[in-house]
Every structure is written in C-alpha cells, then in structure tokens.
Design a protein around this ligand. Structure first.
Ligand code: HEM
Length: 180
C-alpha cells in the first residue's frame, strides 16, 4: 500500500473544477494529524475517478461498511471501544456521509459547516487526531479490496487526497468551547 504521508502544512485545502473553486478555510494552525495524505486540491479528473468508484461501492453499502470496520479493527483493535452503536447502522451513516462528500467534491464550501460539525462530534466521541490516519488506511485498504483492478494508483491518490481534505477540515473545526 502506498504510504499516506505528508508534511505539516498550513495552506488552504482546495478542490477545484474549472471555474468553480471550493475552498476549505482554516481559521488557525491545524494540530499535527500524524500520517495523512498530501495536502493539495482534488483535480477534476480525480473527482471523476472517485465518483465512478464510489458508484460501484455504494450499491452494496452494508458490505462496504462491514469490510471497512473489519479492516479498521484489525489495524487497531483498541478502536472498538469507541463504537457503541450497531455497526450496520453506523456503516450506513458513514456511507451516507461519504456520498455527501463525494457528491460535493467540486463545491466543498457548501458543506464545510456540516463537515466541521461532524469533526466536533467526533471529538466528543473520543476520536483523537492520530485516529484519522488509521481510518484513512482502513478506508484505502477497503477500497482496494472491493474495487480490485479498478482501484488504480490514480484512484488511490485521488481518494487519499480527498480523505486528507475531509480529515483536515474535521480536525481543525473551530470549537467555541476551546475559547471559554
Ligand atoms: C472522514 C472521516 C470520517 C467520516 C466521514 C465519519 C463519519 C461518521 C458519521 C456520519 C458518523 C455518524 C454520527 C454523526 O454523524 O455524528 C460517525 C460516527 C462515529 N465515528 Fe466517524 N467519521 C470519520 C472519521 C472517524 C475517525 C477517524 C474515527 C476514529 C476511530 C471515527 C469514529 C467514529 C465513532 C466512534 C462514531 C460514533 C459511533 C457510535 O456512537 O457508536 N470516525 N462517523
């Protein structure tokens, strides 16, 4: 598996398609999230690649979720204690969230508020910054296993970049409670 690596970077994460530019603004320096994908925009070609792959996977959301959680808990069994809800229901929420992001890759500004709220809820679930790289690795492994040869190197890079943007926005969501 290609490494999910990048340097700490405080530049803006941007998804661009032609004239449309979706931008995820960060209000402050992000915490070091550990190993995450390279910080750069998702290209229009990558958006197409991600959408094609996700359309295949979204037809079988329960299988996708089951494989994802099996891989996640194999990578880090200690994460099981964070999940209290029924994993099938949880998997459906995850797939729905991924679908929203995949459909919005060319206009991420429009869902930035939702992504940030998701990030803040994750802090309350006990999720730590380092967990994002583990979830990213489990996601990439799952996509590779389920898409087979369709999961090309280009597709891997596209997904890793998109996941990095999403994770970064979740991790750096401003929380008013921090200022109190
Ligand atoms: C791009 C990254 C992620 C996405 C899109 C995502 C999506 C979701 C969604 C949609 C939910 C349903 C509840 C809600 O909306 O608040 C959820 C819950 C949850 N997620 Fe994530 N998540 C991500 C990353 C992570 C990471 C890194 C962890 C760390 C292990 C994690 C652990 C959890 C836990 C523990 C819950 C609550 C489950 C429960 O109450 O039983 N998620 N996630």
């Amino acid at each position: 598996m290609a490494p999910l690596c990048r340097e700490r970077n405080t530049s803006l994460a941007t998804a661009q398609t032609g004239r449309n530019t979706a931008r995820l603004d960060r209000g402050h320096d992000p915490p070091d999230p550990g190993r995450l994908p390279e910080d750069r925009p998702v290209t229009p070609t990558e958006i197409k690649t991600i959408r094609t792959g996700f359309a295949l996977l979204a037809a079988h959301p329960d299988e996708l979720a089951a494989e994802f959680y099996a891989r996640l808990f194999a990578l880090d069994p200690s994460l099981t204690h964070l999940f209290r809800a029924d994993l099938k229901a949880q998997g459906r929420k995850l797939t729905a969230a991924l679908a929203l992001v995949v459909n919005s890759l060319d206009r991420l500004d429009g869902i930035l508020g939702q992504i940030q709220m998701l990030g803040l809820r994750h802090r309350d679930y006990g999720v730590e910054p380092a967990h994002y790289a583990i979830v990213g690795a489990a996601l990439i492994d799952t996509l590779e296993a389920r898409l087979g040869p369709a999961f090309t190197d280009e597709a891997r890079t596209a997904w890793a970049t998109a996941y990095g943007i999403l994770a970064e926005a979740m991790l750096t969501a401003p929380d008013m409670r921090d200022a109190a």
